[in-house]
Write a protein that binds this ligand. Structure first.
Ligand code: AP5
Ligand code: ZN
Length: 217
């Protein structure tokens, strides 16, 4: 199965993708995570992407498509994938169609998480992540049971992202509306678009999303 999660920064794509991964045995492919790993590793792609990401703009299509293509070719992806944060431009969407066609695959559903811009700033500015296992948290909406300690793995190395500040969040929202929002119409035209109200509680959204995924796969 191939599922796409569409939505602005902070909509909950990563949070929901991790839950779907566990429920359905799919692999989460986050181009944001892949790019942050490339930055940390200091690869050529990472060097080119770093400043662009810190400014809240989109990394060039060539770089992102190459990273996604390599990851998609790894054997674990045969289980099925949830694309989180990709595609983000029409060029990327067309490249994805071509890649999948080569492998005889197609998109089961592109699921749009619908949220208000105002809520996104609050969600993103309270976000932190376990540096050991990658579990995502929020100061208000998803705090760990013991402050500073991961519920999942017990790790205590909590991290905040360099681009999670109010200023960069506005640039990311601008980039979303200009370059990514048109993909909603793109997937509607293909007949694979599903929309979910993502303003509610994390678990309620997860339930709705699971039902959509079950019907689409
Ligand atoms: P990326 O890493 O993809 O970031 P993003 O799209 O900005 O999305 P986020 O990770 O911020 O949000 P999310 O929707 O996953 O929300 P989350 O679940 O964490 O991209 C970063 C950068 O990399 C881009 O700016 C760009 O430069 C580059 N990039 C990446 N992909 C690219 C591509 N394809 N092309 C070009 N450039 C690319 O939730 C947010 C917070 O809210 C968390 O704290 C969570 O606990 C909380 N939360 C989640 N759901 C709820 C809820 N229902 N109620 C309350 N709180 C909630
Ligand atoms: Zn952890």
């Amino acid at each position: 199965a191939v599922l796409i999660l569409l939505g602005p920064p902070g909509a909950g794509k990563g949070t929901q993708a991790r839950m779907l991964e566990e429920t359905f045995g799919l692999v989460q492919l986050s181009t944001g995570d892949l790019l942050r790993a490339a930055v940390a590793a200091g690869t050529d792609a990472g060097k080119a992407a770093k400043a662009v990401m810190e400014a809240g703009e989109l990394v060039s299509d060539d770089i992102v498509i190459a990273i996604l293509r390599d990851r998609l070719a790894e054997p674990d992806c045969a289980k099925g994938v949830i694309l989180d944060g990709f595609p983000r431009t029409t060029v990327q969407a067309e490249a994805l169609d071509a890649l999948l066609a080569e492998n005889g695959q197609s998109i089961n559903a592109a699921i749009s998480l619908e949220v208000d811009d105002a809520a996104m700033v609050t969600r993103i500015s309270g976000r932190f992540t376990c540096g050991t296992c990658g579990e995502g948290y929020h100061d208000t909406f998803k705090a760990p049971a013991v402050a500073g300690t991961c519920d999942k793995c017990g790790g205590t190395d909590m991290k905040r992202r360099a681009d999670d500040n109010a200023e960069t969040v506005s640039s990311r929202l601008v980039a979303y509306h200009a370059q990514t929002a048109p993909l909603i119409a793109y997937y509607k035209k293909k007949g694979v678009l599903k929309s979910i109200d993502a303003m509610g509680e994390i678990d309620a959204i997860a339930g709705e999303l699971a039902a959509v995924v079950k019907r689409a796969t």
